[in-house]
Design a protein around this ligand. Structure first.
Ligand code: PLP
Length: 383
Protein backbone atom coordinates (compact mmCIF):
# COMPACT_ATOMS: atom_id res chain seq x y z
CA UNK A 1 0.00 0.00 0.00
CA UNK A 2 1.53 3.31 -1.03
CA UNK A 3 1.52 6.34 1.24
CA UNK A 4 -0.81 8.10 -1.22
CA UNK A 5 -3.63 5.54 -1.27
CA UNK A 6 -3.13 4.87 2.45
CA UNK A 7 -3.94 8.47 3.31
CA UNK A 8 -6.92 8.80 0.95
CA UNK A 9 -8.71 5.85 2.56
CA UNK A 10 -8.47 6.85 6.18
CA UNK A 11 -10.07 9.46 8.39
CA UNK A 12 -7.20 10.80 10.46
CA UNK A 13 -8.55 12.26 13.71
CA UNK A 14 -5.46 12.13 15.89
CA UNK A 15 -4.06 15.59 15.23
CA UNK A 16 -2.95 16.08 18.84
CA UNK A 17 -0.45 13.25 18.25
CA UNK A 18 0.84 14.80 15.05
CA UNK A 19 -0.53 16.71 12.08
CA UNK A 20 -0.09 16.05 8.37
CA UNK A 21 2.57 18.33 6.93
CA UNK A 22 1.26 21.32 5.00
CA UNK A 23 1.80 20.85 1.23
CA UNK A 24 3.59 24.19 0.76
CA UNK A 25 5.81 23.58 3.78
CA UNK A 26 6.75 20.17 2.37
CA UNK A 27 7.47 21.59 -1.08
CA UNK A 28 9.65 24.31 0.46
CA UNK A 29 11.50 21.79 2.59
CA UNK A 30 12.25 19.55 -0.42
CA UNK A 31 13.34 22.49 -2.56
CA UNK A 32 15.68 23.83 0.12
CA UNK A 33 17.05 20.39 0.82
CA UNK A 34 18.00 20.09 -2.85
CA UNK A 35 19.24 23.59 -3.61
CA UNK A 36 20.49 24.92 -0.30
CA UNK A 37 22.43 21.99 1.09
CA UNK A 38 25.42 24.05 2.23
CA UNK A 39 26.36 24.50 5.85
CA UNK A 40 24.90 27.81 7.06
CA UNK A 41 28.06 28.55 9.03
CA UNK A 42 30.34 28.63 5.96
CA UNK A 43 31.69 31.91 4.54
CA UNK A 44 30.61 31.74 0.85
CA UNK A 45 27.48 33.36 -0.58
CA UNK A 46 25.45 30.12 -0.74
CA UNK A 47 25.77 29.88 3.04
CA UNK A 48 24.92 33.54 3.43
CA UNK A 49 21.62 32.77 1.71
CA UNK A 50 21.03 29.99 4.22
CA UNK A 51 21.70 32.36 7.10
CA UNK A 52 19.20 34.74 5.55
CA UNK A 53 16.59 31.94 5.39
CA UNK A 54 17.29 31.16 9.06
CA UNK A 55 16.88 34.81 10.01
CA UNK A 56 13.67 35.17 7.96
CA UNK A 57 12.29 32.04 9.65
CA UNK A 58 13.16 33.43 13.08
CA UNK A 59 11.39 36.68 12.21
CA UNK A 60 8.30 34.90 10.89
CA UNK A 61 8.00 32.70 13.97
CA UNK A 62 8.62 35.62 16.33
CA UNK A 63 5.88 37.63 14.59
CA UNK A 64 3.40 34.75 15.05
CA UNK A 65 3.82 34.80 18.85
CA UNK A 66 4.59 38.54 19.29
CA UNK A 67 8.22 37.94 20.25
CA UNK A 68 11.50 39.36 18.97
CA UNK A 69 13.54 37.21 16.54
CA UNK A 70 16.48 36.97 18.97
CA UNK A 71 14.13 35.45 21.55
CA UNK A 72 13.54 32.36 19.34
CA UNK A 73 15.91 29.37 19.68
CA UNK A 74 15.48 26.50 17.25
CA UNK A 75 15.37 23.02 18.78
CA UNK A 76 14.54 19.46 17.74
CA UNK A 77 10.95 19.77 19.03
CA UNK A 78 8.75 20.07 22.07
CA UNK A 79 10.58 17.50 24.20
CA UNK A 80 13.91 19.25 23.82
CA UNK A 81 12.39 22.70 24.41
CA UNK A 82 10.74 21.52 27.64
CA UNK A 83 13.92 19.80 28.85
CA UNK A 84 16.01 22.88 28.05
CA UNK A 85 13.71 25.38 29.73
CA UNK A 86 13.31 23.48 32.99
CA UNK A 87 16.75 21.93 33.33
CA UNK A 88 18.66 25.10 32.46
CA UNK A 89 17.06 27.00 35.33
CA UNK A 90 17.29 24.15 37.83
CA UNK A 91 20.88 23.18 36.97
CA UNK A 92 22.06 26.79 37.20
CA UNK A 93 20.80 26.79 40.80
CA UNK A 94 21.51 23.17 41.72
CA UNK A 95 23.65 23.99 44.76
CA UNK A 96 20.55 25.59 46.35
CA UNK A 97 18.52 22.36 45.84
CA UNK A 98 15.81 24.27 43.98
CA UNK A 99 12.06 23.66 44.01
CA UNK A 100 10.24 23.24 40.72
CA UNK A 101 6.50 23.82 40.61
CA UNK A 102 4.53 22.15 37.82
CA UNK A 103 1.10 20.54 37.36
CA UNK A 104 -0.11 16.96 37.58
CA UNK A 105 -1.32 17.03 33.96
CA UNK A 106 1.87 18.00 32.14
CA UNK A 107 3.29 16.04 29.22
CA UNK A 108 5.98 13.48 30.07
CA UNK A 109 8.57 15.83 28.51
CA UNK A 110 8.00 18.12 31.49
CA UNK A 111 7.24 15.51 34.15
CA UNK A 112 10.25 13.36 33.32
CA UNK A 113 12.55 16.40 33.10
CA UNK A 114 11.37 17.17 36.63
CA UNK A 115 11.87 13.53 37.68
CA UNK A 116 15.47 13.64 36.40
CA UNK A 117 16.08 16.82 38.40
CA UNK A 118 14.55 15.21 41.48
CA UNK A 119 17.27 12.56 41.25
CA UNK A 120 19.80 15.39 41.40
CA UNK A 121 18.32 16.78 44.61
CA UNK A 122 15.62 19.18 43.39
CA UNK A 123 12.13 19.14 44.89
CA UNK A 124 9.18 18.81 42.53
CA UNK A 125 5.75 20.09 43.50
CA UNK A 126 2.94 18.93 41.24
CA UNK A 127 -0.19 21.05 41.48
CA UNK A 128 -3.51 19.18 41.38
CA UNK A 129 -6.21 20.16 38.90
CA UNK A 130 -10.00 20.36 39.17
CA UNK A 131 -12.27 17.98 37.24
CA UNK A 132 -11.90 20.21 34.15
CA UNK A 133 -8.12 19.92 34.29
CA UNK A 134 -7.50 23.50 35.45
CA UNK A 135 -4.82 24.49 37.98
CA UNK A 136 -6.07 26.68 40.82
CA UNK A 137 -4.46 30.05 41.54
CA UNK A 138 -4.50 29.38 45.29
CA UNK A 139 -2.76 26.05 44.87
CA UNK A 140 0.03 27.78 42.91
CA UNK A 141 0.35 30.60 45.47
CA UNK A 142 0.67 28.04 48.28
CA UNK A 143 3.24 25.85 46.54
CA UNK A 144 5.71 28.57 45.59
CA UNK A 145 8.42 28.67 48.24
CA UNK A 146 11.59 30.69 48.79
CA UNK A 147 13.51 27.89 47.05
CA UNK A 148 11.26 27.76 43.97
CA UNK A 149 13.23 28.71 40.87
CA UNK A 150 10.82 27.86 38.08
CA UNK A 151 7.11 27.30 37.54
CA UNK A 152 6.18 25.24 34.47
CA UNK A 153 2.51 24.95 33.56
CA UNK A 154 1.28 24.01 30.10
CA UNK A 155 -0.88 26.28 27.98
CA UNK A 156 -3.07 23.52 26.55
CA UNK A 157 -3.29 19.90 27.58
CA UNK A 158 -2.47 17.20 25.03
CA UNK A 159 -4.97 14.65 26.33
CA UNK A 160 -8.09 16.60 27.26
CA UNK A 161 -7.40 19.93 25.51
CA UNK A 162 -7.92 22.12 28.60
CA UNK A 163 -6.53 25.63 28.14
CA UNK A 164 -4.91 26.86 31.37
CA UNK A 165 -5.22 30.47 32.61
CA UNK A 166 -1.51 30.95 31.94
CA UNK A 167 -1.56 34.75 32.00
CA UNK A 168 -2.88 34.80 35.59
CA UNK A 169 -0.62 31.89 36.64
CA UNK A 170 2.46 33.69 35.25
CA UNK A 171 1.45 36.84 37.18
CA UNK A 172 1.35 34.86 40.42
CA UNK A 173 4.82 33.43 39.70
CA UNK A 174 6.18 36.87 38.83
CA UNK A 175 4.70 38.47 41.98
CA UNK A 176 6.96 36.03 43.82
CA UNK A 177 9.88 36.73 41.43
CA UNK A 178 9.89 33.26 39.88
CA UNK A 179 10.56 32.27 36.28
CA UNK A 180 7.50 31.01 34.39
CA UNK A 181 7.72 28.48 31.54
CA UNK A 182 4.79 27.16 29.54
CA UNK A 183 4.64 24.09 27.33
CA UNK A 184 2.59 25.51 24.45
CA UNK A 185 3.18 22.56 22.11
CA UNK A 186 -0.56 21.92 21.64
CA UNK A 187 -1.48 25.60 21.50
CA UNK A 188 0.91 27.27 19.05
CA UNK A 189 -0.65 27.46 15.59
CA UNK A 190 -4.11 26.56 16.95
CA UNK A 191 -5.12 29.33 19.37
CA UNK A 192 -3.74 32.87 19.61
CA UNK A 193 -0.41 32.80 21.49
CA UNK A 194 1.05 36.19 22.41
CA UNK A 195 4.05 35.93 24.72
CA UNK A 196 3.77 39.57 25.76
CA UNK A 197 0.14 39.23 26.68
CA UNK A 198 0.70 35.89 28.44
CA UNK A 199 3.71 37.33 30.27
CA UNK A 200 5.65 34.05 30.12
CA UNK A 201 9.46 33.91 30.33
CA UNK A 202 9.87 30.76 28.24
CA UNK A 203 7.57 28.88 25.88
CA UNK A 204 7.99 25.55 24.09
CA UNK A 205 6.60 24.69 20.66
CA UNK A 206 6.89 21.86 18.15
CA UNK A 207 6.44 22.09 14.36
CA UNK A 208 4.78 18.71 13.80
CA UNK A 209 1.83 19.80 15.94
CA UNK A 210 1.02 22.71 13.61
CA UNK A 211 1.41 21.07 10.18
CA UNK A 212 5.17 21.51 10.03
CA UNK A 213 7.80 18.74 9.81
CA UNK A 214 8.78 16.41 12.64
CA UNK A 215 12.03 16.82 14.56
CA UNK A 216 12.03 20.62 14.73
CA UNK A 217 10.59 23.15 17.17
CA UNK A 218 11.59 26.19 19.13
CA UNK A 219 11.99 27.62 22.58
CA UNK A 220 11.04 31.24 23.20
CA UNK A 221 13.25 32.84 25.86
CA UNK A 222 12.40 36.36 27.00
CA UNK A 223 15.12 38.93 26.32
CA UNK A 224 17.39 39.32 29.34
CA UNK A 225 16.69 35.88 30.80
CA UNK A 226 20.02 34.06 30.89
CA UNK A 227 19.76 30.33 30.37
CA UNK A 228 22.45 27.66 30.21
CA UNK A 229 23.34 26.29 26.77
CA UNK A 230 21.53 23.04 26.05
CA UNK A 231 24.05 21.48 23.66
CA UNK A 232 27.70 22.46 23.79
CA UNK A 233 29.71 22.79 20.60
CA UNK A 234 29.74 25.42 17.87
CA UNK A 235 28.21 28.86 18.19
CA UNK A 236 24.89 28.19 16.46
CA UNK A 237 21.72 29.58 18.08
CA UNK A 238 23.54 32.43 19.81
CA UNK A 239 26.00 29.87 21.31
CA UNK A 240 23.16 28.27 23.27
CA UNK A 241 22.32 25.22 21.17
CA UNK A 242 25.17 23.89 19.09
CA UNK A 243 24.84 21.78 15.94
CA UNK A 244 24.41 22.49 12.23
CA UNK A 245 20.94 23.93 11.75
CA UNK A 246 18.32 21.99 9.80
CA UNK A 247 17.48 24.98 7.61
CA UNK A 248 14.93 23.25 5.32
CA UNK A 249 12.93 22.00 8.32
CA UNK A 250 13.17 25.34 10.13
CA UNK A 251 11.96 27.23 7.04
CA UNK A 252 9.11 24.73 6.60
CA UNK A 253 8.17 25.17 10.27
CA UNK A 254 8.04 28.96 9.86
CA UNK A 255 5.88 28.68 6.75
CA UNK A 256 3.49 26.17 8.34
CA UNK A 257 3.07 28.36 11.41
CA UNK A 258 2.54 31.50 9.39
CA UNK A 259 -0.09 29.75 7.26
CA UNK A 260 -1.92 28.29 10.26
CA UNK A 261 -1.93 31.64 12.07
CA UNK A 262 -3.31 33.43 9.02
CA UNK A 263 -6.45 31.26 8.95
CA UNK A 264 -6.59 30.39 12.65
CA UNK A 265 -10.03 31.79 13.36
CA UNK A 266 -11.61 30.15 10.32
CA UNK A 267 -9.96 26.80 11.10
CA UNK A 268 -11.04 26.98 14.74
CA UNK A 269 -14.66 27.58 13.67
CA UNK A 270 -14.55 24.51 11.40
CA UNK A 271 -12.93 22.36 14.07
CA UNK A 272 -15.58 23.40 16.59
CA UNK A 273 -18.27 22.39 14.07
CA UNK A 274 -16.55 19.01 13.62
CA UNK A 275 -16.51 18.49 17.40
CA UNK A 276 -20.15 19.57 17.76
CA UNK A 277 -21.23 17.27 14.92
CA UNK A 278 -19.59 14.28 16.60
CA UNK A 279 -21.04 15.10 20.02
CA UNK A 280 -24.55 15.62 18.57
CA UNK A 281 -24.33 12.33 16.72
CA UNK A 282 -23.32 10.46 19.89
CA UNK A 283 -26.00 12.18 22.00
CA UNK A 284 -28.70 11.41 19.41
CA UNK A 285 -27.65 7.76 19.49
CA UNK A 286 -28.19 7.63 23.26
CA UNK A 287 -24.53 6.86 24.08
CA UNK A 288 -23.61 7.36 27.73
CA UNK A 289 -20.42 9.42 27.79
CA UNK A 290 -18.57 12.36 29.34
CA UNK A 291 -16.63 15.06 27.49
CA UNK A 292 -13.48 15.70 29.54
CA UNK A 293 -11.57 18.95 29.91
CA UNK A 294 -14.26 21.57 30.64
CA UNK A 295 -15.56 24.26 28.29
CA UNK A 296 -12.31 26.16 27.66
CA UNK A 297 -10.64 23.64 25.37
CA UNK A 298 -8.65 23.55 22.18
CA UNK A 299 -10.94 23.67 19.14
CA UNK A 300 -11.72 20.23 17.69
CA UNK A 301 -10.16 18.44 20.66
CA UNK A 302 -12.41 15.79 22.26
CA UNK A 303 -11.53 13.45 25.11
CA UNK A 304 -14.58 11.20 25.41
CA UNK A 305 -15.16 8.69 28.20
CA UNK A 306 -17.83 6.05 27.52
CA UNK A 307 -19.51 4.29 30.44
CA UNK A 308 -18.45 0.67 30.95
CA UNK A 309 -16.44 0.56 27.73
CA UNK A 310 -12.81 -0.15 26.96
CA UNK A 311 -11.06 2.73 25.18
CA UNK A 312 -8.48 0.50 23.62
CA UNK A 313 -11.15 -1.75 22.08
CA UNK A 314 -12.97 1.32 20.75
CA UNK A 315 -9.77 2.60 19.21
CA UNK A 316 -9.07 -0.76 17.51
CA UNK A 317 -12.64 -1.10 16.24
CA UNK A 318 -12.45 2.40 14.76
CA UNK A 319 -9.08 1.47 13.26
CA UNK A 320 -10.74 -1.47 11.49
CA UNK A 321 -12.99 1.13 9.85
CA UNK A 322 -9.93 3.22 8.84
CA UNK A 323 -10.50 5.87 11.50
CA UNK A 324 -7.44 6.94 13.51
CA UNK A 325 -8.06 8.14 17.08
CA UNK A 326 -6.02 7.79 20.29
CA UNK A 327 -6.78 6.23 23.64
CA UNK A 328 -4.65 8.49 25.80
CA UNK A 329 -1.74 10.62 24.69
CA UNK A 330 0.18 9.26 21.70
CA UNK A 331 3.34 8.85 23.73
CA UNK A 332 1.81 6.15 25.91
CA UNK A 333 -0.83 4.73 23.58
CA UNK A 334 0.90 1.33 23.44
CA UNK A 335 0.46 0.87 27.18
CA UNK A 336 -2.90 0.05 28.68
CA UNK A 337 -2.47 1.85 31.99
CA UNK A 338 -4.84 4.72 32.69
CA UNK A 339 -3.25 8.05 31.91
CA UNK A 340 -2.02 10.34 34.68
CA UNK A 341 -4.13 13.14 33.19
CA UNK A 342 -7.45 11.28 33.40
CA UNK A 343 -6.55 10.20 36.94
CA UNK A 344 -5.75 13.81 37.90
CA UNK A 345 -9.15 14.91 36.53
CA UNK A 346 -10.79 12.18 38.62
CA UNK A 347 -12.85 10.88 35.71
CA UNK A 348 -15.42 8.54 37.35
CA UNK A 349 -14.28 4.92 37.48
CA UNK A 350 -17.11 3.53 35.36
CA UNK A 351 -16.06 5.93 32.53
CA UNK A 352 -12.28 6.28 32.84
CA UNK A 353 -11.35 3.03 31.05
CA UNK A 354 -13.64 3.86 28.14
CA UNK A 355 -11.71 6.97 27.09
CA UNK A 356 -10.70 7.85 23.54
CA UNK A 357 -9.23 11.07 22.20
CA UNK A 358 -10.58 12.40 18.90
CA UNK A 359 -8.68 15.43 17.65
CA UNK A 360 -9.75 17.03 14.39
CA UNK A 361 -7.31 19.03 12.29
CA UNK A 362 -7.44 21.54 9.46
CA UNK A 363 -7.72 18.79 6.82
CA UNK A 364 -10.81 17.20 8.42
CA UNK A 365 -14.31 18.00 7.20
CA UNK A 366 -17.63 18.13 9.04
CA UNK A 367 -18.77 15.18 6.93
CA UNK A 368 -15.81 13.15 8.23
CA UNK A 369 -16.83 14.07 11.78
CA UNK A 370 -20.33 12.82 10.93
CA UNK A 371 -18.89 9.52 9.68
CA UNK A 372 -16.82 9.13 12.87
CA UNK A 373 -19.94 9.88 14.94
CA UNK A 374 -22.07 7.37 13.04
CA UNK A 375 -19.52 4.55 13.21
CA UNK A 376 -18.64 5.22 16.85
CA UNK A 377 -22.34 5.26 17.80
CA UNK A 378 -22.81 1.90 16.06
CA UNK A 379 -19.82 0.41 17.90
CA UNK A 380 -21.06 1.71 21.26
CA UNK A 381 -24.59 0.45 20.76
CA UNK A 382 -23.19 -2.97 19.74
CA UNK A 383 -24.56 -2.97 16.19
N1 PLP B 1 4.40 18.70 25.13
C1 PLP B 1 3.16 18.40 24.74
C2 PLP B 1 2.00 19.07 25.41
C3 PLP B 1 2.94 17.49 23.71
O1 PLP B 1 1.71 17.19 23.32
C4 PLP B 1 4.07 16.87 23.10
C5 PLP B 1 3.89 15.82 22.07
O2 PLP B 1 2.98 15.02 22.12
C6 PLP B 1 5.35 17.24 23.54
C7 PLP B 1 5.48 18.15 24.54
C8 PLP B 1 6.57 16.65 22.89
O3 PLP B 1 6.78 17.24 21.62
P1 PLP B 1 7.69 16.54 20.51
O4 PLP B 1 6.92 15.39 19.97
O5 PLP B 1 7.90 17.63 19.48
O6 PLP B 1 8.95 16.17 21.17
Amino acid sequence: MTAANFSSEIIYADNAATTPIDADALALMVELQKKFFANPSAAYSLSRQLRKILQDSREKIAACINAEPYEIFFTSGGTESDNWAIKSVALANLSERPDIVTSAVEHKAVLNSCAALKNLGCTVNKLPVDYNGTVSFDALRKKITRRTKIVSIMLANNEVGTIQPVKALAEIAHDKRKIFHTDAVQAVGHIPVDVENLGVDMLSASAHKFNGPKGVGFLYVREGLRILPYIDGGDQEFSKRAGTENVPAIAAMALALEKNCRVMRKTAAKLSSCAKTLIDCLRNSGADFIVNGGENRLPGHLSLSFRNCDGETLMHRLDLKNICVATGSACNSRRTEISHVLKALKVPKEYIRGTIRVTFGKDNSVSEAETVGKILSEIISGK
